[in-house]
Design a protein around this ligand. Structure first.
Ligand SMILES: N[C@@H](CCC(=O)N[C@@H](CS)C(=O)NCC(=O)O)C(=O)O
Length: 216
């Protein structure tokens, strides 16, 4: 495991560790949030090469054998969007607003990314990235064609939604934008059928992608 901590510690952040892997978009959204909020979280890289995510020590933290995992003292949390919500709340950040309606709006978009959009996009990830990387066969054109209408529907929904606001949630930049951009930011590699440049979704992608946190 490679470890690094960049931002200055304060007492309540002393025991906070994030287990991640650079190839994981689910981990990348949390790492970006850590950098964006400059949180003194220790980043611990899990070695997928040796199958460390399936070791008994790691499975004791996350029985799913997946990253990211957050350890905050005796509190262990898995699922990237739950981790983002926890970290933003712990930091008192507006990325996870406290007003009931503003928070519900953020939660709605996070749920949408995790379910409708994320499920459809994951077909492109599997067929266009994971299969070639592991040499487990050519992309299945039928599977990609089957999911295309759902992705087109998701992108046209986003295009329309982002015509009237700069961020997914109406309260402003939120964990929902980090969740969505960790997928849409990889549109070329995943071969996502994102609408042509010049529209509201492209402007949102430029806005979120230009946050220094993604390259920190
Ligand atoms: N829903 C989970 C998904 C986590 C996940 O699928 N992580 C992948 C990387 S993107 C992983 O750790 N895979 C390792 C494995 O399956 O061996 C989240 O959002 O945290």
């Amino acid at each position: 495991m490679a470890r690094s901590v960049i931002y200055q510690h304060s007492r309540e952040w002393l025991a906070v560790k994030l287990y991640h892997h650079t190839a994981s978009h689910n981990a990348r959204r949390v790492v970006a949030l850590v950098h964006h909020l400059q949180l003194p979280v220790e980043l611990v890289s899990v070695d997928f090469g040796t199958g460390e995510q399936r070791s008994p020590e790691f499975l004791a933290k996350n029985p799913n054998g997946k990253v990211p995992v957050l350890v905050d003292g005796d509190f262990i949390l898995w699922e990237s969007t739950a981790i983002m919500a926890y970290l933003a709340s712990k930091a008192g950040s507006t990325l996870a607003p406290t007003d009931a309606r503003a928070r519900a709006d953020v939660d709605r978009w996070v749920a949408w990314v995790n379910t409708r959009f994320g499920s459809a996009a994951s077909v492109c990830l599997f067929e266009n990235v994971i299969k070639p990387f592991f040499g487990i066969g050519a992309p299945d054109d039928a599977a990609l064609a089957k999911v295309r209408p759902e992705l087109d529907a998701c992108f046209s929904l986003l295009e329309k939604h982002l015509e009237s606001q700069d961020y997914l949630a109406s309260s402003g930049l939120s964990i929902a934008d980090f969740a969505a951009y960790s997928i849409i930011g990889s549109r070329e590699a995943w071969k996502l059928p994102v609408p042509a440049a010049g529209g509201s979704l492209a402007r949102w992608a430029e806005r979120i992608g230009s946050l220094p946190a993604w390259n920190a």
